[in-house]
Structure formats: C-alpha cells, structure tokens
Design a protein around this ligand. Structure first.
Ligand SMILES: *[C@@H]1O[C@H](CO)[C@@H](O)[C@H](O)[C@H]1NC(C)=O
Ligand SMILES: *[C@@H]1O[C@H](CO)[C@@H](O)[C@H](O)[C@H]1NC(C)=O
Ligand SMILES: *[C@@H]1O[C@H](CO)[C@@H](O)[C@H](O)[C@H]1NC(C)=O
Ligand SMILES: *[C@@H]1O[C@H](CO)[C@@H](O)[C@H](O)[C@H]1NC(C)=O
Ligand SMILES: *[C@@H]1O[C@H](CO)[C@@H](O)[C@H](O)[C@H]1NC(C)=O
Ligand SMILES: *[C@@H]1O[C@H](CO)[C@@H](O)[C@H](O)[C@H]1NC(C)=O
Ligand SMILES: *[C@@H]1O[C@H](CO)[C@@H](O)[C@H](O)[C@H]1NC(C)=O
Ligand SMILES: *[C@@H]1O[C@H](CO)[C@@H](O)[C@H](O)[C@H]1NC(C)=O
Ligand SMILES: *[C@@H]1O[C@H](CO)[C@@H](O)[C@H](O)[C@H]1NC(C)=O
Ligand SMILES: *[C@@H]1O[C@H](CO)[C@@H](O)[C@H](O)[C@H]1NC(C)=O
Ligand SMILES: *[C@@H]1O[C@H](CO)[C@@H](O)[C@H](O)[C@H]1NC(C)=O
Length: 626
C-alpha cells in the first residue's frame, strides 16, 4: 500500500531509477507533459520522429489530414519560435500547445495536441498549422502568453472539469447562427479574445474585422459582440472536442469545426450600418479551429484562437463515432433499365436545374444516393446546392460541355458555376443505375483572388504560381465537343501513362500528339504537352516543379464518341527540393486536379486542367481508382 502511494507521486525518472519499466508507468503530470512537448518540438525541427516514444499505431494528423509520422511539417520545420503556450491535462494524459516555428524560413503558428497511452507512449498527435506569417510575428512580439493564463488557480476558486467544458461549449452554441437575442452572460465582463495573436475585442483603433469592412465589431467586448448577431454567418459548429482541460489553470483547449454554408448574406447592423457578407463567404467554407479558453469563476475571461481552412464538410480525423461513408463509383452496374446518351443528357440537365433550384423533387433518386463535393460526402441540398446562382449551359454558353458513357450509365458536365460573384469550374459526375441516380460527384474549382479584405483566397496558404482568379477562360476548346476518331480501347492505359508521366516529370512512354497543348487554370505556356511534362523552360510555371505522387487517380467519365476522359487526381507537393519559388510558396500542399483529356488516334491531343489547393495529404472520400 505504502509503496503504491510512492509510485503514484514519483517522477518518471524516479520510476526508472526504481527499476520500473515504462510499461508500468501511469499518468504524466504537468512537468512531465511540458517536457514531452519540448521533446516533441525538438524532434520536429530535427526531422527525427524516432526520438519520440510512440505507440505502434500512433496517429499523426496535420490540418485534419492523416499522414505518416515524419512527413509534411516534419520535413520542413527548421527552427522553433519563442512563443509557447502550453496546456497540461494529467487526467486525460494529454498536452496541448499554441506555439510558433519556422518552416522553409517562414514563420507560422503551430498548434499541437499530444495524447499518451497508459505506458506513456504517444498515441495521437494532432496539429494545426496556420500559415499566417503576420499573426506568427505578433506572437513572436508577445513572447509569452498574458500572465493570467499561467497562474495556478487556488483549488477553492476552481470549477469542476465538467463545468469548465459546459461553459466553454456555450461559446460555440452561442456563435452558431449567432442569435442577437441569446443569453451571453457566460462571458466575463472583462473578457478579451486573440485571433492569430491579434486582439479582436475592446479594440479602439477602428480596424476592420476579419474579411469584413466593419470597424465597430472589434471595438466591442465579448458579450456585446455576440449580442449583435454578427457571427450568424457561422451556420454550424460541429465535431466539438475538449481534449485538454487544464484544471489547475482553469483553461480549456478546444478543437472544433466551423461551417459557413454561404446562405447568410448580410451582416447585422453593429453601429447603425449593416454590410454585405464578404466575398470570401460567397461559397461554402469550413474552418478548423483551435481555441483556448481561460475561465474566471464560471465565466469565459480570455480566448485565444487560431484557425485554418479545410474542404467544406471535412470531418475531424479523431471522431470515432463519425460515420465513415465509403464510396465506390461504377461498382455494381445493373442497368436493367438502360439509359442511352439522350436519356443521360436529359438527366444531366435535370440535375443542373435541381442544383439551381436547390430542389431534388424532379429527380429520380435511388434510396441511397450519395453526393460529394470536392471529396467530402454531403447531404443533397448542402454545399453548392445552396449557393450556386447560375451554371453555364452546354450548347448555349461558350464554356460548357456534356460527356457520357451509356455503358456504365455515367454522364458528366464540365462548365462554369457562379456563386454570388465568385466563379468556379465545375466537373460533375452522375451515375444512373436502373433509371435512378445513385451517385452525384461535384468538383468545383472556385476562383481565388486576392483583393480587398483578403478577397476569396483560401485561407492560410500562399497563392499558387498560377492562380485562376475568375478571368474569362474563353471558349472551351472545340475539340472537346467534337467526335473523335480512333478512340480505341487503349484509352485508360493511355491516361494512366499520362498520369505516370506527370508524377515522374517525364513524357517517355506518354503518347502525346505533336500538336498537343495543355492549360492549367486557364494558363497555357508556349510548350508542347511533352516539353511541359519534361519541365523544360519556363513551364509549367513552377506549379508542378516540386510535385511528387499523382495518387487517388479516378476516371469520372469516358466518352468514347468524343474521345474525352475526365480524370481527377491528387498531386502532392511536399515543398521539399530547392526551388526558385518564393519561400512563402514552399508549403506542403496537395493539388486536386480535375482534367479534361482529349484522345484521338491513340494519342492525347488536348488537356484542360484546373488546380485546387488542398491541405497536404488530402484524400477523396471515393475509394475506387484506375
Ligand atoms: C442568462 O443565463 C444566466 C445563467 O444561466 C441566468 O442566471 C440568467 O437569468 C439568464 N438571463 C436571462 C435574461 O434569461
Ligand atoms: C458608433 O457610432 C458613433 C457615431 O458614429 C460613434 O461615436 C461610436 O463610437 C460608435 N460605436 C462603436 C461601438 O463603434
Ligand atoms: C468594403 O469596402 C469596399 C470599399 O468601399 C467595397 O468596395 C467593398 O465592397 C466592401 N466590402 C464589403 C464586404 O462590404
Ligand atoms: C420543390 O419543387 C416541387 C415541384 O416544383 C414543389 O412542389 C416543392 O414545393 C419544391 N420544394 C421546395 C422546398 O421549394
Ligand atoms: C436547400 O435544400 C436543403 C435540403 O432540402 C435544405 O435543408 C436547405 O435549407 C435549402 N437551402 C436553401 C438556401 O434553400
Ligand atoms: C445553411 O444555413 C442556414 C442558416 O443557418 C440554414 O437555415 C440551412 O438549413 C443550412 N443548410 C443546410 C443544408 O444545413
Ligand atoms: C429496376 O427498377 C424497376 C422499377 O423501375 C424495378 O422494378 C426493378 O426491380 C429494378 N431492378 C433492379 C435490378 O434493381
Ligand atoms: C458524332 O457521332 C454521332 C454518332 O456517330 C453522330 O450521330 C453525330 O452526328 C456526330 N456529331 C458530329 C458533330 O459530328
Ligand atoms: C513564347 O515564346 C516566345 C518566343 O519563343 C517568347 O517571346 C514568349 O515570351 C513566350 N511566351 C510565353 C508565355 O512564355
Ligand atoms: C521550374 O522548373 C523549370 C525546369 O527546371 C525551371 O526552368 C523553372 O525556372 C522552374 N520554375 C520555378 C518557378 O521554380
Ligand atoms: C486521326 O486519324 C484520322 C483518320 O486517319 C484523321 O483524319 C485525323 O486527322 C487524325 N487526327 C489526328 C489528331 O491526328
């Protein structure tokens, strides 16, 4: 009995000295957790995960993507910054931290949560990298958190763990669809909030808030801000987790996901003036947020938040109870009721119209119809169904076409969407089985432009070397609409060889017609398809200079009459090799690339490709490949 007590309070070193193996170790106290965090960060900048005690099935997550430990940030973090705000939770055996470091020489905000198993081996590492060099710079100037965060609160003044979580949860419930009439008494009257190191409450400098032009919001206190209803454009806050509760310091380290479905179009009046929602929110957006809360008594006293963007609808990689939907396109082809080209074309037009109306009642849908948008499964009626105002029409507008494959009951669309003022290039696949729609898959590469208050650029990553900012793409090259001769049965190996070539940066074995040209995001250099693939000269604009794997390759449709294949692949840019790209562009990324490929006489003669930036390691929810 006595010995047991000693063991409980012993430090890990003492345990080892006493001859206890790690297998018998129990919880890790604050100094132990703080040491662990330091070791983690040191191992990270040394690019050496083998220094860490990890469990065999350790899960490593970077900006919501599951990656092998040692990849992504582990390859490019070079030095640690000064700011380090640590949250220790001996009860859950977890530590969280908001810190700064440099990757490829650029300062970033780095948030990490580490969970240990009962043997003190790391079982989970969850990181959020906010690529906001200005915000990271603010943190560097602060050097350390405001003192109130670091105080040990006397036990008599503490509230319970459950109460800490319950009070924190009220923040999210209050922000979701932010009702100006809500009861926001859970805020301390002296509450303040930091966002990327910037104070955004009680700020009397007249600075506009976020993407908006509103200069009053940030002048208000926490409670008064919620009483305006200003944050109502956050339509859902889901996957809420409170994994690290620092009871001694009365702080909660929370991780949640914010959806902005794009339907709220006006910010409420803050000080006699209401203003439109900024263009960034023209389209559905999801932001993954880590926020720390310091409570004083039962009230929220300090909030420290940072966030990054993930694809709309992205789920947390750590929620075991999240239903996992596995998609298999073109799996069971029954088609006892066959649908020819004109039947498929009609269904496509009906779906486009249904999207415009956000009303599926005219469609013949299978019971288990699945819909995905940019790789995430969503309910029909969510995502672009709620935001698209117009879609270019095949046969009418310059940049629109239909493709079909009656054999597999697949019809596809390539054209332009408009959501408020934001344009997008939509690749849409519809699968029809026995007269009913079983699958709808949308890939919409929306225009991203810098502009007033951040424009529509996806958050927390630098622009691509060639960004599509919504300028006219002209007419869709007529070859994509014409019949093809000699499409043949070799088209799929041909497309696969092409994707291999993209991966290897070599056109050897890729059958390009000598006149073949390719556009990326509307940009066509001078080079032929093969010279471009070989990385000759100025092309392809540095976009693919550092890319490696071309994975998750999928065929959306094969139209043998037109000789067109629509393929989509995830192309990784681990941002590793030395490059003449500006340092701010040396960010691990995955490009989701839908492309129209024209095949004639057994060769590729034209490629129209669009490139959408995704967090590094992004994987589509659909699992079948080619
Ligand atoms: C607001 O909520 C607090 C805490 O639950 C409660 O004490 C108070 O009466 C509520 N205020 C109003 C106006 O309902
Ligand atoms: C509201 O507007 C008035 C008049 O323009 C100004 O004096 C006041 O400071 C503003 N209040 C806030 C909270 O911005
Ligand atoms: C912000 O102000 C600028 C300049 O007045 C205006 O062009 C822009 O539309 C405004 N944006 C929003 C979101 O109100
Ligand atoms: C959808 O369209 C059908 C048929 O036009 C109509 O009856 C129904 O009211 C519409 N639903 C909604 C939610 O507008
Ligand atoms: C779109 O349709 C869905 C499903 O019926 C519905 O939940 C949603 O509120 C609709 N949105 C709009 C903006 O009409
Ligand atoms: C989008 O948000 C609006 C406003 O909160 C809501 O009414 C609508 O139901 C949401 N759409 C979906 C598909 O949940
Ligand atoms: C095809 O649909 C018809 C009704 O339209 C149904 O009677 C039949 O059982 C279906 N066949 C299959 C294989 O699902
Ligand atoms: C394409 O081929 C089909 C079938 O052979 C034919 O009916 C159609 O007229 C052709 N279209 C063009 C534009 O040549
Ligand atoms: C295309 O090539 C010509 C001459 O070879 C050159 O002058 C021009 O700058 C090139 N254009 C681009 C976009 O590279
Ligand atoms: C991309 O690689 C090509 C070929 O090595 C080179 O000429 C070009 O300068 C590179 N572009 C950038 C932006 O690094
Ligand atoms: C393909 O072959 C046909 C028939 O030989 C010819 O008319 C056509 O020009 C060829 N197309 C290409 C792109 O070479």
């Amino acid at each position: 009995m006595k010995l047991n007590l000693q063991i409980q309070f012993a430090t890990p070193w003492l345990l080892l000295a006493l001859g206890f193996s790690q297998a018998q170790a129990t919880g890790c106290d604050r100094p132990c957790l703080e040491n662990l965090l330091s070791s983690y960060l040191t191992a990270l900048v040394a690019h050496d995960p083998s220094r860490l005690p990890t469990s065999p099935d350790v899960k490593y997550v970077e900006n919501s993507q599951i990656l092998p430990l040692g990849t992504g940030m582990w390859k490019i973090a070079d030095t640690l910054g000064k700011y380090r705000h640590v949250f220790a939770d001996p009860e859950s055996n977890q530590v969280g931290a908001i810190t700064t470091l440099n990757e490829n020489g650029v300062s970033v905000i780095y948030v990490v949560r580490i969970a240990l198993d009962q043997h003190r081996n790391i079982r989970e590492i969850e990181t959020q990298i906010t690529r906001d060099a200005v915000g990271a710079g603010r943190y560097e100037k602060m050097v350390q958190p405001e003192a109130v965060w670091l105080e040990s609160v006397p036990p008599a003044q503490r509230i319970s763990r459950a109460m800490l979580i319950a009070q924190t949860n009220k923040y999210y419930t209050g922000m979701e669809r932010n009702d100006p009439k809500g009861n926001y008494s859970f805020f301390d009257k002296d509450c303040d909030r930091l966002e990327d190191g910037l104070q955004t409450t009680n700020q009397k400098n007249g600075d506009p808030y976020g993407h908006s032009n509103d200069t009053s919001f940030a002048s208000l206190g926490c409670e008064a801000q919620f009483q305006t209803g200003f944050l109502g454009f956050v339509t859902k806050i889901r996957d809420r987790r409170y994994p690290v509760v620092d009871e001694e310091r009365q702080a909660v380290f929370a991780i949640t996901i914010f959806d902005h479905n794009g339907t709220v179009r006006e910010l409420p009046s803050v000080n006699g003036t209401s203003s439109p929602i900024p263009p960034y929110f023209d389209v559905p957006r999801t932001l993954a947020a880590t926020e720390a809360f310091r409570l004083r008594g039962e009230k929220l006293f300090r909030i420290e938040m940072t966030l990054t963007e993930v694809p709309y609808g992205m789920r947390s990689a750590f929620l075991a109870d999240t239903p996992v939907q596995i998609g298999m396109a073109n799996s069971h082809i029954t088609n006892s009721k066959s649908c020819d080209r004109s039947c498929l074309d009609k269904i496509l037009d009906q779906v486009l119209q249904a999207i415009l109306n956000n009303n599926t009642s005219s469609l013949s849908l299978a019971n288990e119809v699945r819909y995905s948008e940019n790789g995430q499964f969503l309910p029909l009626g969510d995502g672009l169904w709620e935001t698209v105002g117009s879609i270019s029409k095949p046969g009418v507008d310059d940049y629109a076409a239909r493709f079909s494959d009656p054999e597999t009951g697949t019809v596809a669309y390539w054209g332009i969407t408009k959501e408020q003022t934001t344009l997008g290039v939509l690749a849409l696949r519809i699968k029809v089985d026995n007269g009913s729609i079983t699958e709808i898959e949308a890939i919409d590469v929306r225009a991203e432009s810098t502009g007033l208050r951040g424009g529509t650029m996806t958050l927390m990553r630098p622009p691509l070397p060639i960004e599509w900012e919504g300028t006219s793409l002209g007419q869709l090259d007529p070859v994509f609409k014409q019949n093809s001769s000699g499409f043949g049965t070799t088209s799929l190996p041909l497309v696969n060889a092409y994707l291999n070539g993209l991966e290897k940066h070599s056109s050897i074995g890729v059958h390009f017609d000598s006149s073949c040209t390719r556009r990326d995001n509307g940009f066509r250099g001078n080079l032929s398809c093969s010279a471009q693939m070989d990385g000759k000269g100025d092309s392809p604009n540095g976009l693919f200079n550092l890319t490696t794997a071309v994975r998750d390759r999928r065929i959306l449709v094969t139209d043998s009459r037109k000789g067109v294949v629509i393929a989509v692949a995830m192309i990784d840019n681990p941002a590793l090799s030395p490059s003449s790209l500006p340092a701010t562009q040396m960010v691990p990324s995955t490009y989701m690339v839908p492309q129209l490929i024209k095949i004639e006489n057994g060769t590729i003669s034209r490629v129209e490709s669009m490139v959408k930036w995704m967090p590094f390691g992004y994987t589509s929810a659909w699992t079948e490949g080619i």
